[in-house]
Design a protein around this ligand. Sequence first.
Ligand code: ADP
Ligand code: MG
Ligand code: MG
Length: 339
Amino acid sequence: MKKRILLLAGGQSGEHEVSLMSARSVLSALPRDQFDVTPVVISKQGRWLPPTETQRALESGEAATGGDLVLHRVASAEGYDAVFPLLHGPMGEDGTVQGLLTLAGIPFVGSGVLGSAVSMDKVMTKQVLESAGIAQVAWRLAVRREWQQNPQGVRDRAAELGFPLFVKPANLGSSVGISKVGAPDELDGALNLAFGLDRRVILEAMTSHKPREVEVGILGNDAPIASPVGELRFDADFYDYETKYTEGRATMHIPAPLPPEVAERVRAEALRAFLALDCAGLARVDFFYVEETGELLLNEVNTMPGFTTTSMYPKLFEAAGLSYSELVTRLVGLALEER
Ligand code: ADP
Ligand code: MG
Ligand code: MG
């Protein structure tokens, strides 16, 4: 019998449009002889759109308004076998939707509440990975109330890291709200920007040299496998929003031209991080490799990485011999697997 899949896309984060693109790819790749797929687009206001409006949003690739808070009804009453929450960022990749689906009792693709929530939060991720002994840049936490009441305390903590440093909202993605702060007089502006987007902000020491940015895909539940390692190259100071989303600004190199022992370290550390964070199904684990010193520093774990046919995660597994449609089929299988 065909499996009924509910494909959720769009969502309330700044990555709404990216998600619609990924969803179009997944929709055309899930084999029709095995799956009966119903897409539902979630508007930027968090409302679930009915079929015609969902179709319109998918085709135009644009955010739509309208819809309803039907979530629980859509999820449970219609008897789906599994949900593919192809949502990026807050209110989608952060455990909120995963909590709803857990309550509704429906299996879903990807990490559960814990792995999603911890991996979305850059501070919690750093804490968990630190206790797992995984190397990362030095960092500090700052909260909005403190920034309002004792800004000097926050500035002093930043200065402990030295300049340049990075200031980032704890719970966003796509480089939104991230600044590279070259000198103390740029710090306040960066903090105001980040605190405008999140209550919690992470301050991070910059790597000792401009890092190479390498990424690896993880696939599986409690016995996951790692893909070959990929590298992103771009001509910009850092991998900011514009570089990420302007066609032709960045190039993907698979496999990354790395010494074999470095690639092996990337894969092993990524698998350890995936398990330490209680991830499931899939994740893309991103690292900084500082060639000058040989340091390998884990940057972040994305539990629902970009998933168009040309995105890094599917491309990494394609290099391992798994086609896009085999990959999505495997992910649904992992969602249904007993753990
Ligand atoms: P996002 O979750 O929005 O992708 P990241 O933490 O990956 O945010 O940061 C975005 C980019 O900023 C990275 O890909 C890298 O280019 C640069 N960057 C972030 N933190 C550091 C750091 N500590 N040292 C050097 N570069 C950094
Ligand atoms: Mg991210
Ligand atoms: Mg990133």
